[in-house]
Design a protein around this ligand. Structure first.
Ligand code: C2E
Ligand code: CA
Ligand code: CA
Length: 318
């Protein structure tokens, strides 16, 4: 029989082996975050970060069961006419303790694989709302859904989108998929294939956060894109920073040459909007018009009945 001291040693060895694996895992996570072919050494802050991540993951699982997630919509506006031409679906997580930002929980959902059921649920909600609005006879607008680069890795994303469109009989040309510039760069081959399939289905494709990923517009020619969304960081300083104004002007001009529609993100002031109009930007999104709001509120504020055929305008009053 092994002496007690040896058992204690074994326990200690076992604990440190487990600890070592946990630490290696934390370092692996950090390295993965930095992109492909990276390495990272363990530090104690990584354990803290890993614990926070585990906690968030556990409450996110509960959130799904307890219906704490909802889809909000932010209007997308035509710069020239002021018409609402579309809406971006943005996830919201309301916990009893308060609101949790998608910037906090989307990365956790991505790392844990929860992004797949959550992404499918968002697509389901969006197609369901779109179909409901069509049935109510509103003038159609395009609904945009964010796709994570982790969803690209999952071979079933095309089938998932096809399924939802078929199930709700929602037209593919009223759906837009947003992929960030960095997601396109990280998963170039997968992304190209998936985007080609989506294009064949008639789904519109937008490149999100453009200008942050250091890709060139020439590189974008490889992808069948429809819309280019200029990142908010260029719009913020549009009034004061000549460089940002020149970059924005160049993105708009070159994007147009490639046959893309240009949307500016995060427009907060009338001056920014006027500058964007002068630069020939097509669409914008931002707090100037509205943040993302609940679906019912969006319907009341922004959905309009389909225009009647000419000459058949309903008369107002007797
Ligand atoms: P994003 O796709 O770039 O979305 C735009 C973000 O900017 C949203 O933040 C939106 O609320 C915010 N925004 C819009 N206009 C303004 C403005 O005028 N001023 C300011 N300060 N902010 C503005 P949000 O909703 O917190 O989402 C953050 C990010 O989380 C999104 O960035 C997107 O990457 C991700 N996300 C949100 N919902 C989903 C989803 O359903 N699926 C996936 N994969 N990612 C999502
Ligand atoms: Ca987006
Ligand atoms: Ca964006």
């Amino acid at each position: 029989m092994a002496p007690v001291s040896e058992i204690a040693n074994l326990i200690e060895a076992h604990q440190s082996a487990e600890e070592l694996l946990r630490q290696a895992d934390a370092a692996l996570y950090k390295a993965k975050e930095a992109g492909r072919e990276q390495y990272c050494f363990y530090t104690s802050e990584l354990t803290e970060a890993a614990l926070i991540r585990l906690n968030t993951e556990a409450s996110l699982r509960e959130a799904i069961v307890n219906n704490e997630l909802s889809v909000y919509l932010q209007p997308q506006i035509d710069v020239l006419t002021g018409d609402v031409i579309g809406a971006e679906a943005l996830l919201r997580w309301h916990k009893a303790a308060g609101f949790i930002s998608p910037d906090e929980f989307i990365p956790v959902a991505e790392q844990s694989g929860l992004i797949h059921p959550i992404g499918e649920w968002v697509m389901d909600q969006v197609c369901c709302v779109g179909q409901d609005w069509m049935a109510k006879g509103y003038a159609p607008i395009r609904l945009a859904v964010n796709l994570s680069s982790y969803q690209l890795r999952h071979g079933k994303v095309i089938e998932m989108i096809e399924d939802k469109l078929n199930h709700y009989q929602y037209p593919a040309n009223l759906l837009e998929v947003e992929l960030t510039e960095s997601a396109l760069m990280r998963r170039e081959d997968e992304a190209e294939l998936i985007l080609q399939q989506l294009q064949k289905m008639g789904v519109s494709l937008a490149i999100d956060d453009f200008g942050t990923g250091y890709s060139s517009l020439a590189y974008l020619r490889n992808f069948p894109l429809n819309v280019l969304k200029i990142d908010k960081s260029f719009i913020d300083e549009l009034e004061t920073c000549t460089e940002d104004r020149e970059i924005t002007a160049a993105i708009i001009a070159m994007g147009h040459t490639l046959g893309l529609k240009i949307l500016a993100e995060g427009v907060e002031t009338q001056q920014q909007l006027e500058l964007l109009r002068d630069l020939g930007c097509d669409f914008y999104q931002g707090y100037l018009t509205s943040p993302a709001v609940a679906v019912d509120e969006f319907e009341q504020r922004f959905m309009k009945p389909m225009a009647s055929p000419q000459g058949l305008e309903p008369r107002s009053g007797p």
